[in-house]
Design a protein around this ligand. Structure first.
Ligand code: DQQ
Length: 497
């Protein structure tokens, strides 16, 4: 199981068939629930269902049966899940309630379903939809719901729904009756494509005590690496209205790579962390990537923080610490000069699944064109993760990473502006069978990219071009395979609406 060519070894992917957005992320009774956009009868987007898996550590996953099937109101598009602690909806104590979009003949409405057995079986609410389709917005989808309570006892449910180039905010006492409270947009950030899968959470700024709210919005085209991507806004939320503190024309990107979309954070994370994951693909080519029995995977879960920078308050992302459980072998280097003449410093270090941390110090009398690491190196393949010190940009070059014949949009080099911290450039890189995730300078600049190298391309190199740089430290961990068990229960035939 999970041994096919390009099959991720520590990133979530479905046992078989199609996956896109993560949905319904919620923690309950020791389990992180992950639902996801799934078509269980094909390897491309189709009549959507919610697939389901659970994990106790965000690393190892158990696949459960499909949770939500299409019905007379339509396919089951993206949405979120909450625990109804106080039984506000009357579905039962601590019911898990999924809130999702019904998609029927191009019209979209919002509906709910509930489970009183830890997400194992689901009942659709007979009063669906809870918000009917709108005549003014054909695109009206992807409800994100959470509980907002400023003072004890005055709480209410909040729902965000994407509609064209705006986010509509609703509130409810019981998850069934919703009233519109405000809207954000249009005219903010990137509006090149339609807005989708909104997400909203509060985070401390640095070590606190101040906080800000982050509104993340996927946009179907116009992202910096081409195609779809996720932008975010930093501001305040008072329970009904979100106010951005950057200008209307400011565009902040959560990820500058090609493959980060529809990100969602877990509700009720037990340690109080804000952790999100995203679909690791791009609508430009998602339907034709060269995998066989399944198609689609998610990013490794990332913990989020905010940092005060010269430009304003910005998001930091880093892989959750639980990844350390997979580390099986380590190489380490310190204080080495890397120049165009440097030979084979990394010796036999190699792997197809790696967790790499590197710190480079820029030298005053040197300005290399670029320096960095090459991963998944083979006879004629490699993926370069580099820093261009002249333009101060972090980049991923997958031009000769591996297979790219399936789409003219795939091969290429993508970069993002990143100033050094003092004289230092930090890189954290996760490498899997068909992806790289690159976190620059503590996760302030991130690039996520799919790659499709040959299994034999497992080499690792360090390089500097046009000048030297000092390698202050390099840790390379080989990661073992995460466990993806199946607990699928009785087979049920897939009913296609
Ligand atoms: N995917 C879902 C929609 C969402 C889009 C359909 C984003 O609900 O807007 O599969 O990838």
């Amino acid at each position: 199981m999970y041994d096919e060519t390009y099959r991720p070894q520590f990133h979530f992917s479905p046992v078989a068939h199609w996956l896109n957005d993560p949905n319904g992320l919620v923690f309950y009774e020791g389990e992180y629930h992950l639902f996801y956009q799934h078509y269980p009868a094909g390897t491309t987007h189709g009549p959507m269902h919610w697939g389901h898996a659970v994990s106790i550590d965000l690393v190892n996953w158990t696949h459960l049966p499909v949770a939500l099937y299409p019905d007379k109101y339509g396919y089951i598009y993206s949405g979120s899940a909450v625990i109804d602690w106080h039984n506000s909806a009357g579905f039962g104590e601590e019911a898990m309630v999924a809130v999702f979009t019904h998609h029927l003949d191009g019209r979209q409405s919002q509906s709910i379903a509930y489970s009183t057995d830890r997400g194992r079986s689901w009942t659709k609410y007979p009063g669906n939809p809870v918000i009917k389709s709108l005549s003014e917005h054909r695109d009206f989808r992807d409800p994100k719901v959470f509980w907002f309570e400023k003072n004890e006892g005055d709480g209410h449910w909040v729902m965000l729904v994407a509609a064209g180039n705006r986010i509509l905010f609703y509130s409810s006492p019981d998850l069934k009756k919703w009233s519109l409270s405000s809207s954000f947009g249009p005219g903010w950030g990137c509006t090149d494509g339609v807005w989708e899968t909104p997400e909203l959470f509060e985070l401390p700024v640095g070590d606190g005590p101040g906080t800000r709210w982050v509104l993340a919005v996927a946009v179907s085209s116009g992202a910096p690496a081409g195609g779809s991507g996720v932008q975010y806004f930093v501001g305040e939320f008072d329970g009904s209205t979100f106010t951005s503190e950057d200008s209307k024309s400011t565009v902040l990107w959560a990820d500058y790579g090609t493959d980060f979309y529809a990100s969602q954070a877990w509700n009720n994370e037990p340690a109080g962390r804000t952790i999100w994951t995203a679909w690791m693909s791009n609508w430009l080519y998602a339907k034709v990537i060269p995998t066989s029995t399944w198609r689609g995977s998610l990013t490794f879960p990332r913990q989020l923080q905010l940092k005060n920078t010269n430009q304003g308050i910005r998001l930091l992302q880093k892989p959750v610490r639980e990844i350390e459980r997979l580390r099986v072998r380590c190489w380490n280097w310190q204080d080495e000069l890397i120049s165009p003449e440097t030979g084979d410093l990394l010796g036999d270090a190699q792997g197809q699944t790696l967790d790499i941390s590197a710190e480079f110090d820029l030298l005053r009398d040197q300005q290399p064109d670029s320096f960095g690491l090459q991963v998944r190196v083979g006879k004629s393949e490699r993926t370069t993760i580099g820093y261009d010190s002249r333009s101060q940009a972090l980049f991923v070059d997958r031009g000769i990473a591996g297979r790219a014949d399936f789409s003219a949009e795939f091969a290429g080099k993508h970069s993002a502006k990143m100033e050094p911290i003092g004289d230092t450039v930090q890189l954290r890189i996760l490498v899997d069978h068909s992806s790289v995730e690159v976190f620059g300078n503590d996760g302030q600049v991130v690039l996520t990219e799919r790659i499709f190298p040959d299994a034999s391309s497992a080499g690792l190199r360090i390089y500097a071009k046009g000048g030297a740089v000092k390698l202050r430290s390099l840790d390379v961990y080989v990661l073992g395979k995460a466990n993806f068990a199946e607990s699928l229960g009785p087979k049920r035939s897939v009913r296609v609406h």
